[in-house]
Design a protein around this ligand. Structure first.
Ligand SMILES: NC(=O)c1ccc[n+]([C@@H]2O[C@H](COP(=O)([O-])OP(=O)(O)OC[C@H]3O[C@@H](n4cnc5c(N)ncnc54)[C@H](OP(=O)(O)O)[C@@H]3O)[C@@H](O)[C@H]2O)c1
Length: 321
């Protein structure tokens, strides 16, 4: 089968579009014919081995040689112990643990797969898992957004931000989206009430206080984030620098405690099963998935560069013919 392979960390040029053996499903696995794979910031990070946490399990060389984790496709074959799926079923999954989506076929544990609801296209189903889990857990489960609250989403023009803006608006919040200048209009179209270009304005110094800050690109200090929180407010670190992650883990539980402010890591429970409420909202047309650009499997390097250089508004999807 065709796949996009790499064996060393580096820029998109280290990727090769080549022939590899088609995998065979184990007893509890399903062989999926991949139709669409959406890109996540995690693909870009694990390609380059930056930040350092992306090298977990492979400090010097990548642990997995085929990237791509949010897949949608059709069941091709099932292992002997698989009971829930059969050939022809349309399914999607987040396979961040094992990766392998940038290929014509991939083996997925039965428990990781979810059926695509009728009427949902492969590219939309592939868009939801990781970005949707971050948004759902950040805004609803951990963020617990209530009507009238001030919510700021940093990195709101990307995949998870796209869903997070819409969920926060549905829950009645006043939403501020922060991203680069190219994405300001896009964030408005998703419903953001206020938008900030992060290269021109530091949202921790604009004199406003937020009840929830969901940050997928956190690079400032924990004290700056504390300053931007209203009493009782919470800051959730999703992604960003390792320095900031360590600060959140070490000083997060201490600073701001007196005023009830909280700085925490959002440890996202990944998996297609966890995004069922969002899938339902997408299916009903209440939440929109914006696929900015589609690329062919052979164009994965260009697709990753497009995402990594910060041009993508919403999701970027690789369509596997
Ligand atoms: N905590 C967990 O359990 C967990 C689980 C899975 C994934 N993650 C992390 O979650 C993040 C997922 O983000 P995503 O999929 O939404 O990524 P994405 O689609 O690439 O979106 C990230 C957005 O942030 C913007 N951005 C970058 N630097 C910024 C800055 N300094 N200020 C404001 N915006 C900035 C990017 O645009 P520009 O680059 O153009 O600025 C982009 O629009 C990744 O870092 C991933 O590692 C965390």
């Amino acid at each position: 089968m065709k796949a996009v392979v790499y064996t060393e960390y580096g820029p998109p040029e280290v990727l090769r579009f080549t022939d590899v053996d088609q995998p065979t499903p184990g007893d509890n696995e399903v062989l999926v014919k991949v139709r669409a794979v959406s890109l996540n910031a995690s693909d870009w990070e694990v390609l380059r081995g930056k930040p350092l946490y992306s090298r977990i399990g492979g400090p010097f060389r990548p642990r997995h040689h085929i990237l791509g984790s949010d897949i949608a496709g059709q069941v091709e074959a099932v292992g002997s112990a698989v009971s829930l799926f059969q050939p022809g079923d349309d399914v999607f999954a987040d396979i961040l643990d094992s990766m392998g989506g940038f290929a014509e076929y991939v083996c997925v544990p039965e428990g990781a797969l979810v059926r695509i609801p009728a009427g949902m296209a492969y590219d939309e189903a592939a868009s939801v898992p990781q970005a949707g889990a971050i948004a759902l857990q950040g805004i609803r489960e951990k963020g617990q957004v209530r009507p009238g609250q001030q919510v700021l989403i940093n990195g709101a023009g990307g995949g998870s931000g796209m869903y997070a803006i819409q969920l926060a608006k549905l829950d009645g919040a006043e939403v501020t989206g922060v991203d680069n200048a190219e994405k300001l209009e896009f964030m408005r179209t998703l419903g953001a009430d206020h938008v900030i270009d992060h290269r021109r304005q530091d949202y921790t110094r604009n004199g406003r206080a937020y009840d929830l800050i969901l940050d997928v690109a956190a690079y400032r200090s924990a004290f700056a984030y504390k300053r931007a929180l209203a009493p009782g407010g919470r800051f959730l670190y999703v992604g960003g620098s390792v320095r900031m992650l360590l600060q959140v883990l070490v000083v997060g539980p201490l600073i701001g405690r007196a005023e009830g402010r909280k700085l925490r890591l959002l440890a996202v429970r990944l998996g297609a099963r966890h995004v069922a409420p969002l899938v339902e909202l997408c299916r009903a047309g209440t939440v929109t998935t914006v696929v900015d650009r589609r690329f062919a499997l052979s164009e994965v390097p260009e697709a990753l560069r497009y995402l990594g250089e910060g041009h993508a508004k919403g999701k970027v999807v690789v369509i596997v013919e």
